[in-house]
Write a protein that binds this ligand. Structure first.
Ligand SMILES: C[S@@+](CC[C@H](N)C(=O)[O-])C[C@H]1O[C@@H](n2cnc3c(N)ncnc32)[C@H](O)[C@@H]1O
Length: 158
């Protein structure tokens, strides 16, 4: 992938953000838990990731726009009642033509967090504003998540 401006929301300990940083991307990683970003910075002192303490649902007030948003277990961590807000936040953060690349948790059980989802729900919630170049069950999940994850690459249409 060509160097891109990437947002990693709900970055936690920051492993994905650092991996993308090492690949040459311009990465902003946010988490609303201050300790998460403190821990990430301590673990990866040499990374050039721009770590920020911020809430994904209000971060968009900065007016920044990204080429790519990388989702890994934030969607399943938030209250499912906020999933429409999540879609709106992604739309405001991505430039037109930008991508959301995510691994969505589809464990199929009641309750959470983590809260489950399905391919049908993802297509329903995002489909009005995104095309889906890739939707597949990853073949290299950790054994305890095998068959319970959905890898999705979606591109913003408008
Ligand atoms: C399950 S962890 C995933 C961490 C990381 N993405 C990973 O896969 O290792 C979810 C993270 O999202 C953060 N989070 C939850 N709601 C958030 C919000 N509204 N804004 C920013 N971060 C949030 C939590 O603090 C937590 O670090």
């Amino acid at each position: 992938m060509a160097p891109a401006r990437i947002l990693v929301p709900g970055c936690g300990r920051g492993h994905e953000a650092v991996h993308l940083d090492q690949d040459g991307h311009d990465v902003v990683a946010i988490d609303f838990a201050p300790l998460a970003t403190v821990h990430a910075q301590k673990t990866y002192p040499d990374s050039t990731v721009d770590w920020r303490v911020a809430d994904f649902f209000t971060f968009l007030d900065t007016g920044e726009r990204f080429d790519v948003c990388v989702e890994h277990t934030l969607f399943c961590a938030i209250d499912p009642k906020r999933r429409d807000e999540y879609v709106e936040a992604v739309l405001r953060l991505l430039r037109p033509g930008g991508s959301l690349i995510g691994v969505f948790y589809a464990h199929g059980k009641d309750g959470g967090p983590p809260f489950t989802t399905t391919e049908a729900e993802i297509r329903r919630r995002f489909g009005k504003h995104f095309s889906f170049p890739l939707v597949e069950v990853p073949r290299d999940s950790f054994p305890n998540r095998a068959g319970k994850e959905i890898l999705v690459w979606m591109e913003r249409l408008d």
